[in-house]
Ligand binder design. Structure first.
Ligand SMILES: [Zn+2]
Length: 54
């Protein structure tokens, strides 16, 4: 599990898990920081759905 501001260590698709108002899936690349909610900038938590190759 990762939160807004954490550095991504595993590239993949992540799902917002604690923010019912704006459930989203985002694609992340290792080394980037997890963003806040794209809609309202709330700090959120993410769970890895599937890894991506790169
Ligand atoms: Zn939101």
């Amino acid at each position: 599990m990762a939160s807004t501001g954490d550095k991504c260590t595993v590239s993949g698709v992540y799902r917002v898990i604690n923010h019912i108002q704006h459930p989203k899936e985002i694609t992340m690349v290792a080394g980037k920081e997890f963003p806040p909610c794209a809609e309202c900038r709330t700090k959120v938590q993410y769970q890895l759905v599937r890894k991506t190759q790169h």
